[in-house]
Design a protein around this ligand. Structure first.
Ligand code: CTP
Ligand code: MG
Length: 232
């Protein structure tokens, strides 16, 4: 079986509000994207497709892939305007594989265990999505911000990445969804659900596996790095 990881780093990081795109912000001496690439490099994954903005591709090749000698990065491809379009570019860059792991480059603290759990589930059930139970109660609100529904907390999980699938399934699902011009696609599991009407399998992620999204996440991430929590 061949396993391919798509690592996404083509976002603008608007919610971070910083001059440097968040995936390149320095965290303990290394660009943020370095951490996830390091873990995939060490893992059971065979190859990595790195998706970056058009203007950042050359910088990534020179300053990240070559500098830190990531041997498994096979291709650097240009992403799209939305996350799901970047994923699709990554999927199209794969020649031949069995299982594909889609990972947010903005999640530095993915571990080899999490990677393995998502792969095992994808082989067995067709999908393996890293996630954690919600610590907070979640409410669905209407357009005027009145709470209209409170799902039972036991049933609410927060989706993370990697989100891992059989390659043919997710590629076909993406093609269907793009053809139908469905908007507001915020994760890959949704694509499989919409296209194949098939439930995805959730596996245990980690509360360390946060997505660096807003400025306070950087403070948390730097604490995790200093305490060696990048690979617990
Ligand atoms: N991403 C991408 N291409 C896009 C948008 C996002 O490759 N067009 C990547 C980001 O680089 C990130 C991951 O998808 O690693 C998760 O997205 P998110 O946290 O939303 O990052 P941004 O879109 O960059 O941030 P924001 O939504 O705040 O602008
Ligand atoms: Mg975004």
């Amino acid at each position: 079986m061949k396993y391919t990881a798509i690592v996404l780093a083509a976002g603008k990081g608007k919610r971070m509000n910083s001059s440097v795109q968040k995936q390149f912000i320095e965290l303990n001496g290394y660009p943020l994207i370095y951490y996830a690439l390091c873990t995939f490099e060490k893992s059971m994954v065979d190859e990595i497709i790195l998706v970056t903005g058009k203007d950042e591709a050359e910088y990534c090749r020179r300053e990240i892939v070559e500098r830190y000698q990531f041997q498994k990065v096979r291709k650097i491809v240009h992403g799209g305007a939305e996350r799901y379009l970047s994923v699709y570019e990554g999927l199209c860059a794969i020649n031949n594989t069995d299982v594909v792991l889609i990972h947010d480059g903005a999640r530095p603290f993915v571990t080899e265990d999490i990677i393995e759990r998502t792969i095992d589930a994808a082989v067995k059930y067709g999908s393996g999505i890293a996630a954690v139970p919600s610590k907070d109660t979640v409410k669905i609100v209407d357009e005027n911000h009145f709470a209209v529904q409170t799902p039972s907390r036991d049933c609410v999980w927060m989706m993370q990445t990697p989100q891992t699938f059989r390659y043919q399934d997710i590629r076909q699902a993406y093609e269907k969804v793009l053809e139908r011009q469905i908007q507001n696609i915020t994760d890959d599991a949704m694509v499989l659900e919409l296209a194949l009407q098939k439930p995805v399998k959730i596996v245990e992620g980690s509360y360390f596996n946060l997505k660096v999204t807003t400025p306070e996440d950087l403070l948390i991430a730097s604490t995790f790095v200093k305490n060696g929590s990048d690979n617990p």
